[in-house]
Each structure stands twice: as structure tokens, then as C-alpha cells.
Design a protein around this ligand. Structure first.
Ligand code: UT7
Length: 326
């Protein structure tokens, strides 16, 4: 029986060179290392250099993912960048990336689902490949989130960082149970005021800054991520014990720990990068995935559970059997 599915065959990531520790941050923000570590688990973040853009981060991550897949830009049919911090309002950062990696025949576009952007982009790419729009897609989460921060607001500016991660998706015949097993997305605009940016082209012609009611977002995160993970497991006919690795959005280690407990997973089956990367929005899942593949924890054939929530609110989860059948 022909079982066509979308495989996740390679991953790559990139972090800007500039590392800002909590101690350094405390020299110009009214905060301290102990508070940030205790409330969030964050120790440091990478920030873009002057002149370094989201497209540059995306290009570095994409080039590594393509090299790891043994492919070039020519092989890619679809490029999707999940970002809230595009280089320009238009054209999309994805078209810029298309040009940079010389993916001449690809279609390219950005999607906007803030911190849930990667799981949204994965779902869109999966649907497009399954419906015959191409054989290979590059899905990238890339953010220069520091550009949206109000450095006078200690309740938000300590939380975020910059970076990019990319995965290669390939349509495969007779894939068995490999590849994207399920993905579930949700949105609820009733909560758009608890996490947002106070600017935009059509509202006040400005870029704006991140504003957040942290406690409210935290409450929704724990509840909604647990529930959407149950939906994704049920859609894939799986149980939490079938998961090899939880690769969650990296916003707060307390949210990650709560998910680990709800799923009853051993702590060493959860990828945590929030300490080093902080919250890189749409880039956080592919950055965490890349770190765990690079250091040998995640192996070909491992079953991954990914989940994220962001401003909107928007949230989702995806289950993937990583790699390709050998
Ligand atoms: O990726 C999108 C999803 N985003 C998230 O998931 C974020 C979810 N929310 C959170 O992670 C947490 O709510 C925060 C980390 C943002 C905040 O932690 P919290 O435990 O909810 O703290 P809080 O906002 O209730 O603030 C507690 C205290 C306050 O002081 P008072 O009023 O108790 O005297 C704050 O003013 O901590 C103070 N505070 C700080 N102190 C030092 C807030 N920010 C800081 C800071 N440094 N950076």
C-alpha cells in the first residue's frame, strides 16, 4: 500500500555571535541574575549585531539544514519562514532567503504566528506537500526579536533572544510510520490583548514593542499546551509514553517542567535550551531540535513531540518520527 508522508530529514540552526548574560543585562536594566534564573530558567541570550538581519540568520540556518540533507537550493519547491521580525514589511523575508540560497524554482512566503510560528509553518508545509505542491520544503523559524523589545520594560526585555532554525521536509512514498504523524493548531483572538506588539503599519505606522501580561500568558500556556498535546497524541493514535523527546517552545523552564510532568516524561527526555537561548519565538523549537540532533541525543527514528503558544493567542502541537527509514 502506498503510504505517502512528509519526512523531516534534516535540521540546521544559527545563533548570532553576541552573547548577553543576565549579569551584563543587569548593568542597564533594573533586574538581576537570580530573579531571571528563578522565574524563567534563562542565563543568557544571543542578540543580532548591528546590520545583521533576520534573513541573515535564516540563511545561515537554512544553509546548514540543506548541507545536512545533502541538498541545494535547486532541490527546494517551497520555502516558508515563520517570523514576527521580518527584514521589511514587504517583500517577505522568505523571498530574500530564496534569492540567497538560489532556490530559483521555489515559491516563498512568510507566515505570522509569533512563538507558535514554527508549528504553524510545519502544518502548512505538510498540507502543501501532501496536496502535490512540491516534493521538498524548507521550513524556517527566524527572529531578531530583540528589535521588538522595550529595554526600559524589565518584565519583557529579559525574556527574549535572537536566532534561527530550519528543517528540510521531503515527501516520501511508502514512508510507513515515519515523518509528520499529526499536527493540531488553535487560535483564540479573544486573548489578543495579553501578549502583543503596540505598533504596526495600519495601526500607528510604527514597529512597536512587546507588551505582555506574563502571569495570564503563563496560565494559558500550561493549560492549552497540555490540551493540544493530548489532541496531537490522539490524532496520531499515540500515547505520551511513545514519545522519545519533547522539544517544546522555550519560553520559560517552569512551563517546560509543567509539560514534562503532565506528560509524565523523564526529565532527560525533554530538550531544554531556554537557559542558553532565552525565548527566540518562532526559532525556539528548531533551535532546540538542532542542538539535540547535533549533540547526538536525537537520533534517526526518534519520535518527537513539539508544542508552542504565542500572541493571538495561537498554539499548536506536532508529532514527528524524525529522519528517514534506512
Ligand atoms: O513565548 C510566548 C509565551 N510567553 C510566555 O510563555 C511567558 C509566560 N510568562 C512568564 O514566563 C512569567 O509570567 C514571567 C517570567 C514573564 C514573569 O514571572 P512571574 O512569576 O509571573 O512574575 P510577575 O510578573 O508576577 O512579577 C513578580 C515580581 C513583580 O514584583 P512585585 O510586584 O511582586 O513587587 C515584578 O515587578 O517580579 C518583578 N519583576 C522583576 N524583578 C526583577 C518582573 N520582572 C522582573 C525582572 N527583574 N526582570
Amino acid at each position: 500500500m502506498n503510504n505517502q508522508r512528509v519526512l523531516m530529514t534534516a535540521v540546521g540552526s544559527y545563533l548570532p555571535a553576541n552573547v548577553v548574560t543576565n549579569e551584563v543585562l543587569s548593568s542597564f536594566v533594573d533586574t538581576d541574575d537570580a530573579w531571571i534564573r528563578r522565574r524563567t530558567g534563562i542565563a543568557q541570550r544571543h542578540l543580532v549585531a548591528e546590520g545583521e538581519t533576520t534573513a541573515d540568520l535564516a540563511c545561515n540556518a537554512a544553509a546548514k539544514a540543506l548541507a545536512n540533507a545533502g541538498l541545494t537550493g535547486d532541490d527546494i519547491d517551497i520555502i516558508i519562514i515563520a517570523t514576527t521580525t521580518p527584514d521589511n514589511t514587504f517583500p517577505s523575508t522568505a523571498t530574500k532567503l530564496q534569492h540567497m540560497i538560489e532556490a530559483k524554482d521555489a515559491i516563498a512566503f512568510d507566515i505570522q504566528a509569533v512563538c507558535a510560528g514554527f508549528v504553524y509553518a510545519l502544518d502548512i508545509a505538510d498540507a502543501m506537500l501532501q496536496s502535490g505542491r512540491g516534493r521538498r520544503a524548507l521550513v524556517v523559524g527566524a527572529e531578531s526579536f530583540s528589535k521588538l523589545l522595550d529595554w526600559e520594560d524589565r518584565t519583557t526585555c529579559v525574556l527574549f533572544g535572537d536566532g534561527a532554525g530550519a528543517v528540510v521536509l521531503e515527501l516520501a512514498d511508502d514512508a510507513g510510520d515515519w515523518g509528520i504523524c499529526s499536527s493540531v493548531l488553535h487560535s483564540d483572538g479573544a486573548y489578543r490583548d495579553i501578549l502583543y506588539v503596540d505598533g504596526g503599519p495600519s495601526s500607528n505606522v510604527s514597529v512597536g514593542h512587546v507588551r505582555m501580561e506574563g502571569k495570564e500568558v503563563f496560565r494559558h500556556a500550561v493549560e492549552k499546551l497540555a490540551s493540544v498535546m493530548d489532541e496531537a497524541l490522539s490524532a496520531a493514535n499515540m500515547q505520551a509514553r511513545d514519545i522519545d523527546w519533547l522539544v517544546p517552545h522555550q519560553a520559560n523552564v517552569r512551563i517546560i517542567d509543567a509539560m514534562q510532568k503532565k506528560m509524565d516524561l523523564p526529565s532527560d527526555r525533554v530538550v531544554r535550551t531556554v537557559e542558553q537561548h532565552a525565548n527566540t519565538s518562532a526559532a525556539s523549537i528548531p533551535l532546540a531540535l538542532s542542538a539535540a540532533v547535533d549533540d547526538g541525543r536525537i537520533k534517526n527514528g526518534d519520535v518527537l513531540a513539539m508544542e508552542a503558544i504565542g500572541g493571538g493567542l495561537v498554539w499548536g502541537a506536532a508529532l514527528v518520527k524524525f529522519g528517514r527509514p534506512s
